[in-house]
Design a protein around this ligand. Structure first.
Ligand SMILES: NC(=O)c1ccc[n+]([C@@H]2O[C@H](COP(=O)([O-])OP(=O)(O)OC[C@H]3O[C@@H](n4cnc5c(N)ncnc54)[C@H](OP(=O)(O)O)[C@@H]3O)[C@@H](O)[C@H]2O)c1
Length: 202
């Protein structure tokens, strides 16, 4: 990142401005960025349904958010938020789709390890894939844009294989059954903030 201009250079040589508005910026601020050509689209992250509705119902709203990036994986499948987003034509983007990097600053070390889940492992065996690929494919097939972060070349190559196989509707139901509304990234130090998003059901 270029610290002076707050932008990153992409692989194709283009630059992308980096804009972050913290917990909550009024929609008109984001709209000004789009009008000025600084942003192609407006997206939000970690917004619950109520916060999305607050934006969508804002009088005079010019551009609605095109996506909402939230934690989403088989233990927290966000089905209600996903249905809501789909009904409003907002793309749900899944972060922590592999159960996070389990960084001790953010994640309870005693939390369950998603990729060791026996059901996920059994499906991986059935499809001759890895548990990570099953977790990623699950999201694709339910219309979620899924992020998979890896610093390892082999695993980056592995993860792109997500497009090479399909889960059956029965597999999808089994994966739905793993949901336990378990959130890895709780950000409990923000719980007192009036816009803390994770106290609502979804
Ligand atoms: N908006 C937000 O509030 C928010 C919060 C958290 C994260 N995010 C974003 O979401 C993205 C992903 O988050 P994340 O990195 O925490 O979680 P993640 O994608 O669920 O997990 C990444 C971890 O999975 C491992 N991994 C990747 N591919 C694998 C594979 N095929 N098999 C086994 N392990 C594999 C990685 O290890 P190796 O690197 O060793 O492969 C890494 O430890 C990041 O870009 C992050 O910035 C956003």
């Amino acid at each position: 990142m270029d610290p002076k201009y707050q932008r990153v250079e992409l692989n194709d040589g283009h630059f992308m401005p980096v804009l972050g508005f913290g917990t909550y910026a009024p929609p008109e601020v984001m709209e000004k960025c789009k009008d000025a050509g600084l942003a192609k689209s407006i997206g939000v992250s970690n917004f619950n349904c109520r916060q999305l509705e607050m934006i969508l119902n804002k009088p005079g709203l010019k551009y609605k958010p095109v996506c909402n990036q939230v934690e989403c994986h088989p233990y927290l499948n966000q089905s209600k938020l996903l249905d809501f987003c789909k009904s409003k034509d907002i793309v749900l983007v899944a972060h922590s789709a592999l159960g996070t990097q389990r960084h001790k600053l953010w994640v309870d070390p005693n939390s369950p390890v998603l990729l060791e889940d026996p059901v996920l492992c059994a499906l991986a065996k059935k499809h001759k894939q890895t548990p990570a690929l099953i977790a990623l494919r699950y999201q694709l097939q339910r219309g979620v844009v899924v992020l998979a972060k890896s610093y390892n070349e082999q695993r980056i190559r592995e993860n792109i294989q997500v497009f090479e196989f399909q889960l059956t509707s029965e597999d999808m139901k089994v994966l739905d059954g793993l949901n336990r509304n378990y959130r890895y990234v709780v950000m409990d130090f923000l719980m007192d903030h009036p816009d803390y998003p994770f106290s609502d059901e979804y």
